[in-house]
Design a protein around this ligand. Structure first.
Ligand code: NAD
Length: 293
């Protein structure tokens, strides 16, 4: 079993981007600028946004954080999105999800200029990805793809089973794994909460991607000997032995599953740390106008 170490790979990617940004700026390029919009006071969102801003500073980007109270109207948030769309200094921006219930996430996502949609959530970017055209790949799928590449994991002709069909993880992951390039060329089965015989299907997976949000759901009896197991799940589970009062658990029971695998991602320290790299990569592409001129 080999560990796919998100801490190590993400720090390598950040160092690479930092060096490229230095060169880009030395050659007269504009310093990449990422803006983040945070609505309300959700604890997890605060942590994610703080880490995105910190990473920008580490690698030489400009960053801006726009905070709004939970009572902001959809209309006012749309105004904020529009002003970021029109701000020539902002290369890309994200609106941290989830948003309060009275605001439609789809309406907000669709208001973002696709050229600045560095989260890759806009239907134009999703559509381009489906067609295999250059686009912003959303952060979590980007992170997983990058892990497979850097470990040199063979994917062609393999059976990839994705558990979960969400817009931000399961669905884009299944599209990327079937495309006609590396990593890809898998035969993909996408499974979800209504799937019958989930365990039997998972047992046939050469590559198993678990993104269902059920802590330690995948046990050794779901996994074929020698499979590659990618654990996307992040759940907070009460744990009195921790200072915070909770432990972070993935969707895979690591200790049970790991001995059967060829490669596995830990949680924490796996996919979660990689996602930021997708956002930074997309923002740099936006600054270079690589995808949208
Ligand atoms: P989601 O709730 O939007 O989707 C979950 C999917 O899992 C659904 O499609 C549902 O049909 C399926 N599902 C639920 N229960 C199932 C079951 N018993 N059997 C089969 N399928 C089932 O979740 P999401 O946003 O895709 O996130 C999934 C997990 O990944 C969560 O734990 C989330 O916190 C985590 N996540 C991690 C990262 C990261 O950076 N590592 C990023 C996004 C989400």
């Amino acid at each position: 079993m080999q560990l796919l170490d998100g801490k190590l790979i993400s720090s390598q990617i950040k160092s690479e981007i930092k060096a490229e940004v230095e060169k880009w700026i030395a050659d007269g390029g504009k310093k990449p600028h990422l803006a983040a919009v945070l609505v309300g006071q959700d604890g997890a969102s605060e942590t994610y946004v703080a880490s995105k801003i910190r990473s920008c500073e580490e690698i030489g980007f400009t960053s801006t954080l726009l905070r709004f109270g939970p009572e902001i109207s959809e209309e006012s948030l749309l105004d904020a999105v529009e002003s970021l769309n029109n701000d020539p200094d902002v290369d890309g921006f994200i609106v941290q999800l989830p948003l309060p219930k009275h605001i439609s996430e789809n309406t907000i996502m669709e208001a973002v200029n696709p050229a600045k949609d560095v989260d890759g959530f806009h239907p134009v970017n999703v559509g381009k990805m489906c067609k295999g055209l250059p686009s912003y790949i959303s952060a979590t799928p980007f992170g997983i793809i990058e892990m497979l590449i850097r470990a040199g994991i063979e994917t062609s002709g393999k059976h990839c089973v994705v558990i979960g069909r969400s817009q931000i993880v399961g669905l884009p992951m299944s599209i990327l794994m079937q495309r006609n390039e590396y990593p890809g060329n898998c035969t993909v089965t996408i499974t979800h909460s209504k799937t019958h015989n989930l365990k039997e299907i998972c047992q046939t997976a050469d590559i198993l991607i678990a993104a269902l949000g059920r802590p330690e759901f995948v046990t050794a009896d779901y996994v074929k000997e020698g499979a590659v197991v990618i654990d996307v799940g992040i759940s907070r589970v009460a744990d009195a032995s921790k200072k915070s009062g909770f432990a972070i658990k993935g969707d895979v029971n690591f200790n049970d599953v790991a001995p059967k695998t060829s490669y596995i991602t830990p949680v924490p320290g796996g996919v979660g740390l990689m996602t930021i790299c997708g956002l930074l990569t997309n923002t740099f592409k936006a600054a270079k106008k690589e995808i949208y001129r």
